[in-house]
Unconditional design. Structure first.
Length: 227
């Protein structure tokens, strides 16, 4: 499945491994980066998603997605992400993904921009149906500051995800070129998605990053065997 992720905003907080262990699929443990586990609130615009290479699905393949994710390590050392929730406004996409074991939530999701070209802020607004949870966040990218430090790269360059389907733990690989990744300044945050997922953090995110986008492709899932 090909996808283009545009205007990606990454907000990350440190969190104890003991607080996230229960979200890990069987056989998978929390990954530790820079001495702790992390929880991410990530927003981006999905553009032209489709099956195979070069076959984007009209309308349904383009939408905003906001996810809450954790970081995982399989029994063979393979590192990935575990999605706790993924909010999207395409009901057909949500239903298809949930059938495949991916915890999508049907929500009203909108990209946000504010300011002139040189000082443009990027972010996302989420309202779950019946207002079960909401989120709104904006960042100001520092386009003259490339984020190439080890922490930024380890939190964003994850080439696969761990999930559960029919009682089995799966690893789904993902490939993409290096992010054009930049440090950013948080200008607005009012989030309820982390709390709704049962994840408690304090204060502002320690890591705030932005990428204008990258082309990606997911591969075939494989079953994770116990170590």
């Amino acid at each position: 499945m090909d996808q283009f992720w545009a205007d990606a905003v990454f907000l990350h907080w440190r969190i104890g491994a003991e607080a996230v262990a229960r979200y890990m699929p069987a056989g998978v443990v929390p990954d530790v980066v820079d001495g702790s586990s992390w929880v991410g609130l990530i927003g981006f615009r999905m553009v032209g998603a489709g099956l195979g290479r070069g076959f984007p699905v009209p309308y349904f393949g383009s939408f905003s997605e906001i996810n809450v994710r954790l970081y995982s390590r399989g029994p063979d050392g393979t590192r990935g992400v575990v999605f706790v929730t993924l909010d999207a406004s395409r009901l057909a996409v949500v239903l298809a993904a949930r059938a495949g074991g991916i915890p999508y939530v049907w929500s009203k999701c909108s990209p946000l921009t504010r300011g002139a070209e040189a000082e443009r802020e990027y972010g996302y607004d989420v309202v779950r149906y019946r207002r079960q949870a909401t989120s709104r966040f904006l960042v100001l990218p520092e386009m003259d500051r490339t984020a190439d430090d080890a922490l930024s790269l380890e939190l964003t360059a994850r080439f696969g995800l761990h999930s559960t389907l029919a009682g089995r733990t799966l690893y789904i690989p993902n490939t993409h070129s290096s992010w054009p990744l930049h440090h950013a300044v948080l200008t607005e945050l009012d989030d309820g998605l982390l709390g709704a997922a049962g994840l408690r953090v304090e204060g502002p995110p320690e890591s705030v990053l932005f990428s204008p986008g990258v082309q990606t492709q997911f591969g075939k899932p494989s079953v994770v065997r116990p170590g």
